[in-house]
Design a protein around this ligand. Structure first.
Ligand code: ZN
Length: 253
């Protein structure tokens, strides 16, 4: 057994952080880990998300037809986009499609808007149909840790209209679990609370890997401590909502 200690502030960091109307992004300082999504793009993502997106795009030759429309945004950029949309599109449209500053996933560097390449691409609502190369991208996305973040029918849960162009990196195995169970990130974090670390875990099987996922509560003003089996690979992400998600790869044991 080994004990891992998670400082309270690390609740706000990791692939699985929830950023929405209720939970603001409060980490900042993500700039040092940002890289362009491909060699001639100005669109930036957090390094790991960029690497996985790049592998996914290579596997389908995606950049030939798909353009990276918007990735990481600073708070100031999000504020500008929000203000501009209010002026151009009005309040009702803006509330549906543009998050307020600090409440946008784009500030995490883990979210990207993609659109079909064409002479004029709508920056707020790019065209990303469920056909052709875009469909192929959707089918492969989960294998590389990406989910469609704002699906149709879940508007009341996410607080955002259906956005078929907005993808979020959550990593493995979470993208696969969320997709198989049909859960948004909001619902996934609620779901995991049924599996308190040390008592129960959600077991997911991928090939010959057994992957155990569980939830751990943060401790106010102190490190939260979690026991992990000796030598197994594991990861921990904050949920940005008072807790952590622990993932342990037990390889068939
Ligand atoms: Zn977006």
């Amino acid at each position: 057994m080994k004990v891992i200690a998670m400082p309270q502030k690390s609740v706000h960091a990791g692939n699985l952080i929830l950023v929405n109307g209720q939970y603001p992004y409060c980490l900042g300082n993500v700039e040092s880990s940002l890289v362009p999504v491909h060699s001639d793009s100005k669109v930036l993502l957090e390094r790991r998300a960029a690497v996985l997106l790049s592998k996914l795009m290579s596997s389908i030759e995606g950049w030939v037809q798909i353009s990276a429309v918007s990735g990481w945004r600073s708070r100031a950029e999000q504020q500008d986009i929000y203000n501009q949309s209010l002026r151009d599109n009005g309040a009702a449209f803006t509330e549906q499609f543009v998050a307020k500053p600090d409440h946008s996933e784009h500030q995490t560097g883990l979210a990207i808007d993609l659109g079909l390449r064409k002479p004029e691409i709508d920056f707020i609502r790019p065209d990303f149909p469920n056909s052709g190369i875009c469909r192929t991208f959707r089918e492969k996305a989960v294998d590389y840790g990406f989910v469609e973040r704002y699906p149709k029918g879940k508007e009341a849960i996410t607080g955002i209209a259906h956005e078929p162009w907005h993808f979020r990196y959550v990593g493995a195995p979470h993208a696969a679990i969320m997709t198989e169970l049909g859960l948004t990130l909001e619902e996934y974090h609620d779901f995991l609370k049924q599996y308190p670390h040390g008592e129960k875990c959600f077991l997911y099987r991928n090939g010959n890997q057994n992957i155990a996922t569980s939830y751990g509560k943060a401790t106010a003003g102190a490190d939260a401590e979690f026991e992990i089996e000796g030598d197994i690979p594991y990861s921990v992400s904050g949920n940005n909502a008072g807790g952590f998600v622990l993932t342990e790869w037990t390889n068939g044991r």
